[in-house]
Design a protein around this ligand. Structure first.
Ligand code: IYR
Length: 219
């Protein structure tokens, strides 16, 4: 039997909705991804709040199929960087196709991942591909990719809103994160996000975002 409760909802004036719509769009348009992080510490409470925001994401059957591993330990960050760079060196030397190399060229990415040790926090989002019951049997999880993608988006918005930067890093392959961070077999690494202040001389690639009419169809 489903249990329900009344929706807590605050009706805004049309003026206020319009203001917030424009303000939020402008706020998010000002977000940039940088590879250059400051080593300045960031309070754990802020990371907790970013994870709280991410954990509010809608998910398949409300199964909330995510685990956030927040790493500040220097030795662990060093280990993650070591293995990620080894994987990435192989990726950039052997796995990448010419077409892929060309697509990445304007972004200036390479196998050197200084952000993995510079950033005060590495947050690794694990996708729970299935659930595990107390008796050890497996429970199907639904739409885990979509659910974790939404949670990641909220995390990124939260980090930007608190005045910090993050970088969506997908080491390829990233199975090693499960071993290094000692996560169970049902948890698949989904996204690695360094979080911190940008370095004083942080750079970003000169990119543009597609205009509204290039990403929208009205019917
Ligand atoms: N995983 C590699 C390569 C990479 C791929 C894409 I698509 C990017 O947008 C950025 C990087 C890396 O992290 O360098």
């Amino acid at each position: 039997m489903p249990a329900f409760e009344s929706l807590v909802f605050t009706r805004l004036s049309p003026e206020e909705s319009g203001r917030r719509a424009a303000a939020f769009a402008a706020h998010m348009q000002a977000r940039r991804t940088t590879r250059h992080f400051s080593t300045e510490p960031v309070p754990r409470a802020w990371i907790e709040d970013a994870i709280r925001a991410a954990g509010s994401a809608p998910s398949g059957a409300n199964q909330q199929p995510w685990t956030f591993v927040a790493v500040s330990d220097a030795a662990l960050k060093e280990r993650i960087r070591e293995v990620a760079e080894a994987e990435e060196r192989r990726f950039y030397a052997e796995v990448i196709t010419d077409e892929w190399r060309e697509a990445l060229a304007p972004l200036g990415t390479d196998a050197v991942k200084t952000h993995l040790t510079d950033a005060p926090w590495l947050v690794v989002l694990f996708r729970q591909a299935f659930g595990v019951n107390p008796d050890g049997s497996h429970r199907t999880h639904y739409y885990t990719q979509e659910s974790c993608g939404i949670a990641a988006g909220l995390f990124i918005a939260a980090v930007h809103t608190m005045g910090l930067v993050t970088l969506t890093h997908t080491p390829s392959p990233m199975g090693f994160l499960r071993e290094v961070l000692e996560r169970p077999a049902n948890e698949k690494p989904f996204l690695l996000m360094p979080v911190g202040y940008p370095a004083a001389d942080a750079q970003v690639p000169s990119i543009t975002r597609k205009p509204l009419d290039a990403i929208t169809v009205w019917r």
